[in-house]
Design a protein around this ligand. Structure first.
Ligand SMILES: NC(=O)c1ccc[n+]([C@@H]2O[C@H](COP(=O)([O-])OP(=O)(O)OC[C@H]3O[C@@H](n4cnc5c(N)ncnc54)[C@H](OP(=O)(O)O)[C@@H]3O)[C@@H](O)[C@H]2O)c1
Length: 335
């Protein structure tokens, strides 16, 4: 079968197209013919050696993919041949609190990922995908969508009428915008680009801030809420934006700490105290969360935003497209 492997983690040159033997499912495992994958910022960081955890040597990259079940091993109960499914980012985080070893089951890092014609996954690490989504759309769900869901629903306990701030227009943030609007919340969207902000508005964003033109976007966010501050920030900037997010939230507001896109800065812990802030680190989500999210997306007809779908042969180009940061929503690879 066709697949890519990461032969070194020093840049995109390390991505090599390979012919590998097709894997077969053992007890409790499922074989999936992958139809589409999607890229996350993490995949770029792994390929360039910038990720905080080492990947296995010659790893098959990418955490995210969707396709059709083509084989099931003994004792598999929840899936049959022909089912439309997606893999879970963590193969060993079924439900509840994650243990310290969950990270060792992350696809496209500690374990081989989805950028192959056929993959074999654990039954507990696979979910059915919503019927209204194409494989390309469903391939965007495992990391970015579930992270946004975890932040807003599991951590945020979002209720209608709350105000949510999303940073930029990448994969996580666009899903956060869509989920927040689906739940009846008010959304403040930020971006470096007015054109992208216009697209965020078309998706339902209520307020728009260009963070390049208005570097003190946290002040504008507080103004928008009549001086109160926002209920929750979906924080993807990290070191470079965290202090601003603390300034943007209301007293007792929440920050879901997700990403590390923006520079370095020092954070004064006294500010957390002053705001009585609820700060939670988010690490994608469990299989049960993924199932709950898919039910919500099915009932509400939520459609992921696919920026561009590249062919399997254009994989390196797809990575470059993500790196350039010109995308809005998700970058997909058709297998
Ligand atoms: N903890 C987790 O479980 C988890 C899961 C998924 C992702 N992440 C992390 O979350 C971050 C986002 O991931 P992603 O896959 O959504 O990335 P992405 O699709 O590559 O998003 C990049 C976008 O972020 C925006 N951005 C960059 N710098 C910014 C800044 N200083 N302030 C505000 N927005 C900024 C830009 O939007 P504009 O072009 O609109 O300005 C950029 O296009 C990454 O650090 C990733 O590693 C963590």
């Amino acid at each position: 079968m066709r697949a890519y492997q990461l032969k070194s983690q020093t840049g995109l040159d390390g991505l090599e197209r390979m012919e590998l033997p097709e894997p077969r499912p053992a007890r409790g495992q499922i074989a999936i013919r992958v139809a589409a994958c999607s890229l996350n910022y993490r995949d770029l960081a792994i390929a360039t050696g910038a990720y905080r955890q080492p990947a296995k040597p010659s790893v098959i990259p990418l955490s995210d993919g969707a396709g059709e079940v083509i084989g099931v091993g003994p004792d598999v109960a929840r899936f049959k041949v022909g089912d439309r499914v997606a893999g879970c980012f963590f193969q060993d985080w079924d439900a509840g609190e994650p243990n310290a070893y969950v990270q060792n089951s992350a696809l496209g890092g500690a374990r081989d990922g989805m950028l192959a014609e056929v993959v074999v996954l654990e039954e507990r690490g696979v979910v059915h995908i919503p019927a209204h989504m194409s494989f390309e759309e469903a391939a965007t769900l495992p990391c970015a969508a579930l992270t946004a869901w975890h932040a807003l629903i599991e951590h945020g306990r979002l209720i209608p009428g709350q105000t949510i701030l999303v940073q930029g227009t990448g994969g996580v943030s666009i899903f956060a915008l869509q989920i927040a609007r689906m739940m009846g919340a008010e959304v403040i969207a930020t971006s470096s680009s007015d054109e992208k902000l216009a697209r965020a508005k078309a998706l339902g964003a209520n307020h728009l801030i260009n963070y390049r033109m208005q570097p003190d976007w946290e002040k504008r966010a507080v103004e928008i809420t009549g001086g109160r501050g926002v209920d929750q920030v979906v924080e993807v900037g990290g070191p470079g934006t965290f202090a601003k997010s603390l300034a943007a939230i209301r007293v007792g507001g929440k920050i879901s700490q997700i990403g590390v896109l923006a520079g370095m800065a020092e954070v004064n812990p006294a500010m957390i105290l002053a705001k009585r802030a609820n700060v939670q680190g988010i690490s994608v989500g469990s299989t049960r969360m993924f199932e709950a999210m898919n039910r919500a997306f099915s009932v509400n007809g939520l459609k992921p935003v696919v920026d561009h779908a590249f062919s399997f042969d254009q994989t390196v180009e797809a990575y470059r497209h993500l790196k350039a940061g010109a995308h809005f929503g998700k970058v997909v690879i058709r297998i």
